[in-house]
Design a protein around this ligand. Sequence first.
Ligand SMILES: O=C(O)c1ccccc1NCC(=O)[C@H](O)[C@H](O)COP(=O)(O)O
Length: 159
Amino acid sequence: MRELTELPILRKEFIIDPLQIYESFFIGADLVLLIAAILDNEQLESFLTLCRELKLEVIVEVHNLDELERVLKTEAEIIGINNRDLNDFSVDLKTTTELTKELKRLGQRDNHYLIAESGIKTREDIDFLKEIGVDGVLIGETLMKAESPAAKVKELGLP
Ligand SMILES: O=C(O)c1ccccc1NCC(=O)[C@H](O)[C@H](O)COP(=O)(O)O
């Protein structure tokens, strides 16, 4: 992958063991995803520490207020709001709207980089997410299904 792009490479995985973090480092990932829903506080803290030691950036993924509040007690700087409920796979962009509001209410918006994840399909979705103040997006299906992912990136108005 590294020969193909200079862009940061994310290891997007269900990380539940520190070995996966070492593995991500050795295969050349720049950042990893830690999913708050599948990690307890102790794991979250220790995985973040390990990533810092290995100089891996981290997106910590949340889906509800409880997870957001847990993550705000850590050193995490990049927060991913997953619009997909991993229990039933339903997707709703309102999740990003609501948790972005909560982040502001808690006075924690400005010291975090905010990524909206999942269910993003159109230019209108991107415009809406920009309007509510997210900094970045994580898109899977829309790009994977596109005839030309590069053209789709342009169509979505992404840099
Ligand atoms: O990644 C998995 O293994 C997985 C397992 C079960 C449900 C969802 C899973 N992944 C979803 C994704 O990685 C999505 O592609 C990503 O969240 C982006 O969402 P979308 O743009 O809606 O594809």
